[in-house]
Design a protein around this ligand. Structure first.
Ligand code: PLP
Length: 387
């Protein structure tokens, strides 16, 4: 038996640790908004927009209500019509795809690169048809997709690229920031993202003045001037209170990222001392990618993923599977006709991946415990086999 159950639990996520360190500064920023009464379109919103635009090296950033809305607005700005095809990975969060379905577009799911879990450029090239109107690569878990190749393919066919950078704020590829590659980029400030607010929030980036103007129009009911509606838009705004919180936290983003990178490096070091190659593999780092480690996912082979997950949870170690059911296998997308087996790398990843805690404030002792619990699992499995 192990003595593990008496050790303190290690949560998968703990937003309070980071937020409490900034409590006074954040409360002062919120108080200033309360006193100003400018709950929408306040100065913190434009301050955050210009900070994010600068960070992504793009001329425009536009606040909106969530990362999901950012994706929806980006597709609305392309004025797609029913039957237009939008290429997305299936191994991602639902919002990457739901935006296209909501607009009546035809979703075309493509398989992933098994090392990075990101959209495979060859699969993308093979999926393009004369009806393809948009491509949405996702920078999954904090690592950019192969944007040089993806953009080259898109440019050849003159198809706009929308980057889903919800998990990758501050990431880069070949030194070029996420959200700078595509014609538009989408960010999320969901509390557990690398820059997390105190509720929902999102942001769009745009490289073109006309596109940026269109996005602002669509995010405010298509209304210009007041009560005159040019197009049917939606209401999607970033609250001033959220922006005020995010302006404070953005100053720490580089520190948070470095802490995540240090945790990833430390996992690699700790696991290097154990011979685990036959049991699981550590996340692959594309040498061209500046990885910001929203998630740290190991790939567990031998059909042991669910048993390892159950063991860790029983030991009080937070872990999770992102994502257990690929989008093409979701009930709501069955009508699209992507059979099981049609995206083999996506399906294999969803069966093998397991995510471990990596948040910036994670303690060294906590990380040691995660690693030793994983070792214990395999030692016990070995003993069971030997018995
Ligand atoms: C979180 C996330 C979104 C959606 O962001 P919300 O702000 O939660 O709406 C979209 N795509 C990906 C890949 C995400 O991880």
């Amino acid at each position: 038996m192990t003595q593990g159950n008496t050790a303190p639990p290690v949560p998968l996520l703990d937003v309070n640790r980071g937020n409490h360190q900034l409590r006074d500064e954040i409360l002062a920023a919120i108080t200033a908004v309360v006193d100003s009464g400018r709950f929408l379109h306040g100065p913190d919103v434009s301050a955050l927009e210009s900070d994010i635009a600068k960070m992504c090296a793009v001329p425009h950033a536009i606040g909106c209500a969530s990362g999901s809305d950012a994706l929806l607005l980006a597709l609305m700005a392309l004025e797609l019509t029913a039957g237009d095809e939008v290429i997305v990975p299936s191994f991602t969060f639902f919002a990457t795809a739901s935006c296209a379905d909501r607009l009546g577009c035809k979703l075309v799911f493509v398989d992933i690169d098994p090392r990075t879990y990101n959209m495979c450029p060859d699969a993308l090239a093979a999926a393009i048809t004369p009806r393809t109107r948009a491509i949405i690569p996702v920078h999954l878990f904090g690592q950019c997709a192969r944007m040089d190749e993806i953009c080259r393919i898109a440019d050849r066919h003159d198809i706009p690229v929308i980057e889903d950078a919800a998990q990758a704020i501050g990431a880069a590829y070949h030194g070029r920031p996420a959200c700078n590659w595509g014609s538009m980029g989408c960010l999320s400030f969901y509390p557990t993202k690398n820059l997390g607010g105190f509720g929902d929030g999102g942001m769009l980036t745009a490289r073109n003045d006309h596109v940026a103007d269109r996005l602002r129009l669509l995010a405010s009911h298509g209304m210009r001037p007041r009560y005159y509606h040019q197009v049917v838009g939606i209401n999607s705004r970033l609250d001033t209170i959220q922006a005020a919180v995010l302006v404070v936290k953005l100053r720490k983003l580089n520190d948070y990222t470095r802490a995540r990178q240090a945790n990833a490096a430390r996992y690699a070091e700790l696991f290097a001392q154990a011979d685990h190659a036959e049991q699981f593999s550590l996340p692959y780092q594309d040498p061209a990618a500046h990885h910001v480690w929203n998630q740290f996912g190991i790939r567990v082979t031998g059909g042991q993923r669910d048993a390892l997950k159950a063991y860790l949870q029983q030991q009080g170690i937070g872990c999770e599977v992102y994502y257990p059911v690929p989008l093409h296998e979701q009930k709501c997308f069955q009508h699209l006709g992507f059979a099981s087996g049609s995206l083999p790398e996506t399906e294999r990843a969803s069966q093998e991946i397991l995510h471990l805690p990596i948040y910036p404030e994670m303690q060294v002792a906590e990380q040691d415990r995660v690693v030793s619990c994983i070792r214990q699992f395999y030692q016990q499995a070995y003993r069971r086999q030997a018995a």
